[in-house]
Design a protein around this ligand. Structure first.
Ligand SMILES: [Fe+2]
Length: 306
């Protein structure tokens, strides 16, 4: 089924099953069981060639994500930043999320920081603690949904810092197969509330109320907004939501299609904001430079997948 077609747009309608079942069968039969199947070797991140580009787009169409490895990438931060930006733009990713911690090139350094780093200190991503399952930007308003995200590893941790990845379309399939009412409940416009948050500079990030699942009626693109955190989050107060969230948590903990990978230096992920988490990690105390990943978030989807 081609993205952006009428058939694709119909698959998420709950009042008819034919298109959904056809798409589901194709999706599950092609789903990778291992992260190794998502890898594409890239010779130069500044200008991926046609074959590399086609592979990345095909993987993202199939499973909303691709992993890449670029051997020429070094740990010169300026070169990595420039390469990452060119690479992402090559795949149609231009509109950055306006994030408090990003540098003018739109990238955010994910590393352990001390209290002198105003914008990042105190937030879990900038510690060595685990991060639970989520899609990026779950606290954003609907109009500023994060549709794509990339992570590029400059330096891995000595131990840990492993990511698990899960395609939101597979999460949708698991939930709908179990009980279509789970999808109805999670698609409700008040399903998930993230309370307002006052930033350290005194500005307020407003409350975010919205569904977990939305999809574009014309293109069929599915978007998922989810966090497994337990504090400062309000699920709609009804039994179906509680059951759906518990079911989803169990899927994320046990599903054979959850992919696990620890990125090495020069490797990265480009994705349509798939579900992901991160395990705790330890850096090498004998070195002054610890784990460093470059993250970018976009309001665009990956070109060729929409
Ligand atoms: Fe994330």
């Amino acid at each position: 089924m081609k993205p952006g077609t009428k058939e694709q747009a119909a698959i998420f309608r709950l009042d008819r099953d034919d298109d959904y079942l056809r798409w589901r069968e194709e999706k599950l039969s092609n789903a990778p069981l291992s992260a190794d199947r998502l890898f594409v070797e890239i010779k130069d991140m500044n200008s991926p060639d046609e074959a590399e580009t086609d592979k990345i787009i095909a993987l993202c169409r199939q499973t909303n994500m691709a992993l890449y490895a670029c051997n020429r990438t070094c740990d010169d931060e300026a070169l990595v930043r420039a390469g990452t930006q060119s690479f992402n733009a090559h795949f149609g990713l231009h509109r950055f999320e306006d994030h408090r911690s990003m540098t003018p090139d739109g990238l955010v350094s994910i590393e352990v920081v001390n209290n002198s780093h105003e914008g990042r200190a105190g937030f879990i991503p900038y510690t060595n603690k685990p991060i639970s399952w989520h899609t990026d930007g779950y606290y954003n308003p609907t109009a500023r949904r994060i549709k794509a995200m990339t992570l590029h590893c400059v330096r891995p941790a000595r131990e840990g810092g492993v990511n698990e990845l899960f395609d939101p379309e597979i999460a949708y399939i698991r939930l709908r197969d179990e009980n279509p009412d789970f999808i109805r409940a999670l698609s409700h416009r008040r399903a998930l509330t993230i309370p307002a948050f006052v930033e350290k500079d005194g500005t307020t990030r407003p409350q975010s109320v919205g569904p977990v699942f939305t999809w574009d009626r014309y293109t069929g693109n599915l978007h998922m907004r989810f966090t497994d955190r337990k504090r400062n989050i309000e699920w709609a107060d009804n039994e179906t939501i509680r059951e759906a969230v518990a079911f989803l948590r169990n899927v994320l903990a046990t599903d054979e299609l959850v992919l696990k990978y620890k990125m090495e230096a020069g490797q990265g992920i480009i994705c349509n904001n798939v579900l992901h988490n991160r395990s705790a990690f330890q850096d090498d105390s004998s070195k002054d430079k610890g784990r460093l990943l470059m993250r970018a978030r976009y309001l665009d989807r990956i070109e060729g997948t929409c």
